[in-house]
Design a protein. Structure first.
Length: 435
């Protein structure tokens, strides 16, 4: 099994295998002339934008015909302010929020939303757009890694919240905080934790995930709000692991082993607002990045491997997709995402707009079963078919009544999780008719 294959991918395959083999184990067989139904795929959501950081769930057998049959709410509860998204592993929901006592990492029971444990991570980050943490906890082999808005980085036991190690990346590397607070989510690559710091000669650092000790540091740039991405670039000797980071004023590609910067492009935006996570298509070797505000634009780069190093060449730049606080999703040959407040479909290869629609308003999205779950900032969610032909909607559901539901949703084990600056809720998407 490939060394870079994550624990979550293994769990997904096991889940599929167990589902497919359950009838055999119980000694049951389909009736004569009746086909055995395909097992529904279920997986955990262990990372920022899902287990592959691409905003795509591989689950099947979900209820998506909302006009015919709307989904049911499982639970809803107050949480606290913050923009952190959710990770869901082994029946636990991990997120971050602030209370009157400061910033906390939370573990909730996925079945009812009750708090299992909470650990104070730091002081409250205050901002007129919303107080609290921005990064998302990442779960790996029984540990959760959480980075707070003031730079407090913690490693905790998922079962109990017991602290394994902690450090403050801004103090340790001499970096200033950024205007809207540290927002990047650390990236796990084998035994390493890749963190965007934004310090001089330490814009990006690699820490030993077991101890928190420094492995390497590289690059000289202020921090952006985007999260690092591990990609595998096709090359003569096979896929080459590579890390892409959208920093505050540059886009760079570095080697996972030692942090060597192998290519970089300047990426200047208003207030260094590089927020959206990059997207990579290995078939076309295309890397897509986008940013918003006055200098908003999107660019695609072709990556190649020469002498075991990655090189990048710009393919196009245009203003057709300007992601603000959430990124795009690639389904097949096409990108789906918000150009500021307008949902658009773009052809990845050319950057050509296929369609656009104002849908539920400015928001975020995830993809599943060739559909998009589109969350508007006021809390309304729509099911949209992921097709380049035209905008096709299959229903809406009032997930939250909100004025700022900016946090991207998460999906695990047939259940959807959504939060805003006040509350968190879980929606049942299991389709009983598909069982």
């Amino acid at each position: 099994m490939h060394a870079f294959m994550g624990e979550q991918a293994v769990k997904t395959m096991i889940s599929i295998a167990l589902g497919a083999g359950l009838g055999f184990l119980l000694g049951s067989e389909p009736c004569a002339g009746q086909e055995s139904p395909a097992a529904s795929v279920r997986e955990d959501w262990s990372d920022w934008r899902g287990p592959r950081r691409d905003g795509i769930s591989r689950e099947t057998g979900l209820l998506l015909e909302w006009k015919k049959r709307p989904p049911q709410r499982r639970w809803q509860r107050p949480l606290g302010s913050g923009y952190s998204s959710m990770t869901i592993v082994e029946g636990r929901v991990f997120t971050m929020a602030v209370t009157a006592d400061g910033e906390f990492v939370f573990a909730l029971d996925a079945s009812n939303g009750k708090t299992l444990w909470q650990v104070r991570s730091g002081a409250t980050f205050e901002d007129s757009y919303g107080d609290g943490p921005r990064g998302t906890p990442v779960v790996d082999h029984g540990r959760v890694y959480a980075l707070g808005a003031h730079g407090d980085l913690l490693c905790l036991q998922t079962a109990t919240g017991e602290e394994v190690w902690r450090r403050n990346i801004l103090k340790d590397f001499g970096a200033p905080n950024i205007r809207w607070g540290i927002s990047s989510t650390p990236l796990i690559v084998d035994d390493h934790l890749i963190v965007q710091v934004g310090a001089k000669t330490a814009s990006i650092v690699s820490l030993n995930k077991s101890t928190g000790k420094l492995v390497w540091q590289t690059h000289d740039d202020v921090s952006g709000y985007s999260s690092p991405l591990l990609i595998r670039v096709p090359g003569p000797a096979g896929p080459l692991p590579h890390i892409v980071v959208h920093c505050g004023r540059s886009l760079v590609g570095v080697a996972p082993s030692d942090g060597e910067v192998q290519w970089k492009f300047p990426w200047l935006t208003t207030n260094d607002m590089n927020i959206a996570t990059p997207i990579f298509d290995p078939q076309r070797r295309l890397l897509f990045v986008s940013a918003s505000r006055d200098t908003g634009r999107c660019s695609a780069y072709r990556l190649t491997v020469t002498d075991n190093k990655v090189r990048a060449e710009e393919v196009y730049t245009n203003k057709q997709m300007r992601n603000h606080y959430n990124g795009c999703i690639l389904v097949g040959d096409y990108l789906y995402g918000f150009d500021n407040a307008i949902l658009k479909c773009l052809e990845l290869e050319t950057g050509q707009v296929m369609w656009e629609d104002r849908t539920v308003g400015k928001g975020s999205l995830l993809a599943v079963q060739d559909h998009l779950l589109v969350l508007g900032e006021k809390g309304e969610m729509a099911v949209v078919v992921a097709t380049p032909e035209k905008y096709v909607e299959k229903g809406r559901f009032p997930v939250l009544r909100s004025r700022r539901a900016w946090t991207p949703p998460a999906l695990a084990q047939g259940h959807l999780y959504v939060r805003d600056l006040q509350e968190i809720t879980s929606i049942d998407l299991n389709d009983a008719a598909a069982r």
